[in-house]
Design a protein around this ligand. Structure first.
Ligand SMILES: [Fe+2]
Length: 334
């Protein structure tokens, strides 16, 4: 048996053990069954939940791959605990199934309603945070979002990324450094943003020029970069589908505060994908996808107006983490 087979052979047994831990540790998920049930119905529900989980675990094949066994049993155990706690009626169960079905029907090549669902309940942001931890002093990593394009032409430092000139002028200047402060000469800086109406170029290809408000720059010998653009506006995530309707029922908004996206690469460093948010946006404290973090909120400073148009400046420091085995060990990455 080859190595993979060996690990798979142990997977079912280990998975079951870990899963029992999950099933018995419902408190981990905030779904603890009543320990001192005051009525027989509660006790019977708890027993039924535990029985359902045990019955599922007993069916796992011994050669189930470890990660699959762990994931399936933890997920099923938590679902049993949820059902035990909430005791949904048959009608409520049908409503839940209808919601999940509708989410699936809304997902296609142009729109991913499942990702939207994960975003607005904070799962996408949590996964990003767990996979890309950053130490104090480094710029936090965030989701890239759905509007990134990798094929944007490089522009000289100082160029404007506004290809239609619509909006309030904004000059962005920044410095890319390594953790510890050393400038990263030649760092590659990709930038993309929504326009003054909160729309990305690839959302309205018939109205905005190709590559509008997108650019790729190479930092100078001191890690500095600068470019001209227009002040972005915040926007709302799609509200016309099942996820939007669920959030409306919960009273949760879908606004995203105004921001500019950056992706920065430099040899020997972990790629930084992040947003810089406009701290004056009224939605700054309620970003729909939970992307606002300390260190990512900046001031778009007013500058002298030009021909009656308001102008702004934005100054940034973007700090990358060195890529090293030690660093990976420290952050628990595998
Ligand atoms: Fe965005």
């Amino acid at each position: 048996m080859h190595g993979q087979g060996e690990s798979q052979g142990q997977g079912g047994a280990e998975g079951r053990e870990r899963a029992r831990g999950h099933a018995n540790g419902r408190a981990d998920a905030g779904l603890e069954a009543p320990r001192h049930a005051e009525d027989a119905a509660d006790a019977a529900a708890a027993d039924a939940g535990a029985f359902a989980t045990e019955a599922f675990l007993a069916r796992l094949a011994p050669d189930t791959p470890l990660r699959l066994a762990e994931t399936a049993t933890a997920g099923v155990g938590m679902l049993h605990a949820l059902v035990t706690q909430l005791r949904p009626s048959s009608e409520e169960f049908r409503i839940a199934i209808d919601f999940l079905t509708e989410v699936g029907h809304y997902a296609d090549a142009r729109r991913q309603e499942w990702v939207l669902f994960a975003d607005v309940i904070g799962v996408s942001s949590l996964i990003e945070r767990l996979n890309h931890p950053r130490p104090d002093g480094a710029t936090p990593n965030t989701l890239a979002g759905p509007f990134y394009r990798p094929d944007v032409p490089e522009l000289p430092l100082g160029a404007s990324i506004s290809r239609d000139g619509r909006g309030e002028p904004l000059v962005v200047s920044g410095r890319v450094a390594s953790l510890g402060g050393a400038p990263l000469a030649g760092a590659r800086v990709e930038v993309w943003q929504a326009n003054a109406e909160g729309l990305y170029e690839n959302q309205e290809p018939d109205r905005q020029p190709e590559y509008n408000l997108r650019g790729r720059f190479v930092a100078d010998g001191e890690g500095r970069f600068h470019f001209a653009t227009v002040r972005p506006k915040g926007y709302s995530l799609p509200a016309d589908g099942p996820v939007g309707r669920l959030m409306a029922a919960l009273g949760i908004g879908l606004e995203r505060p105004a921001h500019i996206h950056f992706r920065v690469t430099s040899p020997g460093h972990e790629t930084l994908t992040t947003h810089i948010f406009d701290g004056s946006d009224p939605a700054i404290s309620r970003d729909a996808i939970f992307g606002v973090r300390e260190g990512l909120v900046a001031e778009f400073r007013p500058a002298a107006s030009e021909r009656g148009r308001r102008r702004y400046t934005l100054d940034l420091n973007l700090v990358l983490c060195p890529q090293s085995p030690q660093r990976m060990k420290e952050t628990g990455r595998r």
